[in-house]
Design a protein around this ligand. Structure first.
Ligand SMILES: [Fe+2]
Length: 288
């Protein structure tokens, strides 16, 4: 029996990524995403051979799930004792031919980033998979997980990030909200549908802290601490980085409210957040 519930926010071995390992008092693990193949050794180390009661995949982008997909392809995930894999990805076949979107090329590139690679190895976890529905809850030892948001049809300008699972982890002492890579539009839907569920002690900053949900969402969460999956350059990014300077192009793509990390950090100062866990400083150990 462990004294505490512990959450590890794994530092990046690859350029930027997201991976968390939670260890319950009964010594079971809950894994969130995992990063890229290069990140898997460190993820494996933190799992430490424990049973993985839940492996939650937030969305199908390579900085989140390509490590998981790589492990399945390599040996069927034999290095991991996985109970259930939770996810809800957009339906590729239904969407790939869609033309009534802001930017067809971008939309298809997004769908093609990880969904075909995942589909190619899916049979290896099929008996263990559970497609998450919004409103579902699971309990693992002293931890409860409430799934607050899943993919919504019609969010096409930032399709994969806006398909991120949003879920709240509740322990006897703390609540932690995971926002995945949710963007401004997905954040609007989340706010409209579920603002009454958002209040949490700790928040995983959406989309690594930039180009993410609005301050209205964070104001409902009113966190005391923030977890940033950010290398140094991203944590210290200006309000309008170079790649977001072509506002006309962004408007055409339906991606208007896209700002660098500096804006989000300013919001957190306004909300009075005092504690920041940032992966640039190494793997963070958070007692829940
Ligand atoms: Fe990401």
């Amino acid at each position: 029996m462990n004294e505490n519930t512990v959450l590890y926010q794994i530092t990046e071995t690859s350029a930027y990524m997201m991976a968390f390992v939670l260890v319950t008092k009964n010594d079971n693990a809950i894994v969130i995403d995992g990063g890229r193949p290069e990140d898997m050794p460190l993820v494996k180390e933190k799992i430490g051979g424990r049973h993985i009661s839940a492996w939650i995949l937030t969305h199908a982008h390579n900085d989140h799930i390509s490590g998981f997909v790589f492990e399945l392809g390599r040996n069927g995930g034999a290095d991991f004792d996985i109970g259930t894999v939770y996810y809800n990805f957009p339906p590729y076949d239904e969407l790939i031919g869609k033309t009534d979107v802001e930017d067809t090329d971008y939309f298809r590139t997004e769908l093609n980033e990880m969904l075909p690679a995942f589909a190619a190895v899916r049979d290896r976890i099929a008996p263990k998979e559970h497609i998450v529905r919004q409103g579902e809850s699971i309990e693992i030892d002293e931890v409860r997980i409430d799934f607050i948001y899943t993919w919504h049809d019609g969010l096409t300008s930032n399709p994969m990030n806006d398909s991120s699972l949003v879920f709240k982890v509740t322990t006897p002492n703390k609540t932690v909200l995971f926002l995945g890579d949710l963007g401004p539009d997905g954040g609007d839907v989340l706010f409209r549908e579920s603002r009454h569920l958002l209040k949490s002690d700790i928040v995983q900053m959406a989309h690594h802290g930039h180009m993410n949900v609005g301050i209205d969402v964070y104001a409902e969460i009113m966190p005391e601490a923030c977890m940033w999956c950010c290398p140094d350059w991203l944590y210290n990014e200006p309000e309008v980085p170079k790649y977001l300077s072509d506002t006309e192009k962004l408007r055409r793509m339906g991606r208007i409210r896209m700002y660098g990390t500096a804006v989000t950090r300013k919001w957190m100062d306004i909300l009075g957040v005092k504690k920041h866990y940032v992966t640039k400083d190494g793997t963070q150990t958070i007692i829940l």
